[in-house]
Design a binder for this molecule. Structure first.
Ligand SMILES: Nc1ncnc2c1ncn2[C@@H]1O[C@H](COP(=O)(O)OP(=O)(O)OP(=O)(O)O)[C@@H](O)[C@H]1O
Length: 359
């Protein structure tokens, strides 16, 4: 069925648990934490559509959720709730996104291209073009972890544009290169636009956004503040930036704290209830709205958290594994241990100091 969009996100949220230590994370896994772990909602219910052939800019202050949203759209991270419908192959270009630090540039080209579904023959045919566009010389044979951010960006950009994706997501890739590379990238993006490809362009450079984007979405501390034509949204955002810059230091801090606090306190259930209410109001005759909204929220989401049942099963498997190992070490048979569990603490054999085994 033909649709009016290439990408659709609906009521998308993203929650992060703010664990301080690894042991806190492990305890939370088994629900053993006494104190509740603080949460942070990086996205609090974003809905938008990107039309086929459109270049949509994502703007917003640092930490507003632009990369979180673009990573969810490209499938790098899962959303906590909501629908993400992407119709085509995405290729994300962020500095180093999807590049493996321990592999060389050359190995990364092959890996990323294979992951995009290209065959080894197709990759061989493209290799020279990718290498020449990236133009990173002998660094191609070095592990990517030794690259500067500019080099990572060059390699990432070159791979992404050559695997010929239908949808291109460019996250801050142009801010680190030199002028020559920047111009090459802009030319390539223009070529993509002319071919009618769909692009999401994440940038702090409003000049680049004005030059490349057909429409712009302003992401503001986890919410979609505005979406519309480039001139209007960029102008509104500039006004906000000016307003913020004119605040004194204390006011700035207070404003940021207030916004972040709202992201910690966000109540997903209340949000879900508000979506149900709105939908019911818009269409009073619709049946089972609450169930339908619940399905939209969680139906397509792979939960990152384990349910109580799964946790119980994991715990049981671990206990069983431990028990089997101990039984083995004790030298008794399983039937002996089951009928007389104290046998576990009386092994049938032991090894003395010289390493000899005594029965
Ligand atoms: N893995 C994580 N764990 C906890 N919080 C995270 C994690 N990843 C991102 N965040 C938080 O989510 C919020 C949004 O981050 P994101 O990187 O999406 O913002 P951004 O708009 O892309 O910022 P920037 O312009 O600085 O790149 C930030 O407050 C960030 O601290």
């Amino acid at each position: 069925m033909a649709t009016d969009y290439k990408i659709m996100v609906q009521n998308v949220t993203k929650e992060y648990d703010l664990f301080k230590t690894q042991s806190e994370k492990l305890r939370a896994f088994f629900a053993l934490n006494r104190k509740p772990v603080p949460h942070f909602w990086s996205l609090m219910g974003i809905s938008l559509k990107v039309k086929p052939g459109e270049t949509l800019g994502l703007i917003g202050v640092n930490g507003s959720g632009k990369s979180t949203l673009s990573n969810i759209i490209s499938g790098i991270i899962p959303q906590t709730s909501g629908i993400v419908d992407v119709r085509g192959d995405t290729s994300i270009i962020a500095i180093g996104a999807g590049l493996r630090g321990n592999l060389t540039g050359l190995e990364n080209i092959r890996l990323k291209a294979l992951m995009q579904g290209l065959t080894n023959e197709e990759i061989d045919a493209l290799m020279d073009d990718i290498v020449s566009f990236a133009d990173i010389g002998d660094f191609l044979y070095q592990p990517v972890k030794s690259y500067s951010s500019g080099m990572k960006s060059r390699l990432g950009f070159s791979i992404a544009v050559h695997v010929n994706p239908d949808i291109l997501i460019i996250d801050e890739a142009l801010s680190v290169g030199d002028d020559t590379f920047y111009q090459k990238c802009v030319d390539k993006i223009s070529e993509f636009k002319a071919e009618g490809k769909t692009i999401i362009f994440v940038s702090h450079s409003l000049k680049q956004v004005e030059m490349l984007c057909d429409r712009v979405a302003w992401i503001h501390y986890g919410n979609l503040k505005e979406i519309g034509d480039t001139d209007t949204i960029v102008s509104d955002y500039r006004q906000f930036v000016k307003w913020f810059k004119d605040l004194n230091k204390k006011e700035k801090k207070q404003f940021q704290l207030k916004m972040k606090e709202a992201q910690k306190e966000f109540d997903i259930d209340a949000f879900q209830a508000s979506v149900v209410e709105k939908r019911q109001k818009a269409n009073p005759s619709e049946q089972n709205v609450a169930a339908k909204v619940k399905k939209d929220f969680y139906g397509s989401v792979i939960s990152e958290k384990m349910s109580f049942g799964s946790r119980l099963v994991t715990l049981l498997v671990l206990v069983l594994l431990f028990f089997t190992c101990w039984t083995n070490l004790s030298g008794h048979s399983l039937t002996e241990v089951v009928s007389n569990p104290s046998a576990l603490v009386h092994p049938t054999s032991h090894v003395d100091r010289t390493g000899s085994l005594h029965k």
